[in-house]
Design a protein around this ligand. Sequence first.
Ligand code: NAD
Ligand code: ZN
Ligand code: ZN
Length: 392
Amino acid sequence: MRAVTWHGRRNVSVDTVPDPQIKEPTDAIIRVTSTNICGSDLHLYEVLGAFMSPGDILGHEAMGVVEEVGDQVDQLAVGDRVVIPFNISCGHCFMCGHGLQSQCETTQNRDQGTGAALFGYSKLYGEVAGGQAEYLRVPQANYTHIKVPAEGSDDRFVYLSDVLPTAWQGLEYAEVPDDGTLVVLGLGPIGSMACRIAAHRNRHRVIGVDLVADRLDRARPYCDDVIDLRSGDLVERVLAQTDGRGADAVIDAVGMEAHGSPVAEFAQTAAGYLPSPVGRAVMRNAGVDRLAALHTAVELVRRGGTISLSGVYGGAADPLNMMVLFDKQIQLRMGQANVKRWVPDIMPLLTDDDPLGVDTFATHRLPLSAAPQAYDTFQKKADGMIKVVLKP
Ligand SMILES: NC(=O)c1ccc[n+]([C@@H]2O[C@H](COP(=O)([O-])OP(=O)(O)OC[C@H]3O[C@@H](n4cnc5c(N)ncnc54)[C@H](O)[C@@H]3O)[C@@H](O)[C@H]2O)c1
Ligand SMILES: [Zn+2]
Ligand SMILES: [Zn+2]
């Protein structure tokens, strides 16, 4: 089959690789019909390369049709149309039972000290082949799937794999009080979807922040205000709209590659040029994140408010101002989205009237073969590219 494979920093290609096979009786194989590129893939493309091996298949936002099931799979049948959550979870362990599917104890990577296995996400998360491919092996398939109706475009459902539950969790964790103010930092797919969900709920004032003009424009209809980071008066404008207190909650939908952290950017880039085993050791022990967005969140949130991190962080030696966090009595919540937990809340919104605008959310629909160019364009935030759906 054809698949998008990682070969080095900013180097992916579309190769012919062996078709996936059922390995465990709990596996299923799906034929992929749509598969997205995510901001999280950009971290693998750039700063987390030390945890990748050449030839790893990328991708964790796939949907398609069941082709084959293992002997113990009784919750799926050949021909079912499914979206595959980005985390692989069993549905019956303690963590899954507590709605913490991203910490599933059956698929946790104990050798790496990390949570549930993820599709296409490096040695840190189980080195499971990803979904930017014609076919995908789905472990723990009895639970690791979301059945969707046979009718309706792929666009209607494909964001259940990641964007929708991640944005939903970001908002739930933010716990914005009714009539409170929410700032969303970063208006990529995750931040802009968080704004759309907040607008749909219509209970908060929403302020979106980014530094890319087309991303600000796209979020504007869903926000009470959008602020260009480059304007230099972000803090003043948020304070002016909140009686001088700051926002009740801030969602950081930026993460470890934030614009505006030159020292950490240099350190990340330097680590990226080390041979993989050395680079891995450096990242594990001394790795740093670009914390500009998190620092901004700390500045913007009011005393006693909440910061909800959707953006992925991976540094081991990040300097955080604990004095300010403690003094302002800030609540911090974070983590990979527990995809299956939020599906029952989201599914009723995926209807013909399309309140979240999923049908038109993709800015680019491209063949799988265009993936190398698409990674490059998406990383550069060029050509108005905000969300790419690849068609194998
Ligand atoms: N928690 C999860 O389960 C989960 C799931 C999916 C994605 N993510 C993470 O969420 C983050 C966003 O993902 P995405 O797909 O929207 O990616 P993206 O890279 O398209 O979006 C990031 C946005 O942040 C903006 N930005 C950069 N620096 C900024 C700053 N200092 N202040 C404000 N905005 C800034 C960028 O211009 C960009 O629009 C990534 O870190 C990704 O890894 C987490
Ligand atoms: Zn994703
Ligand atoms: Zn589990």
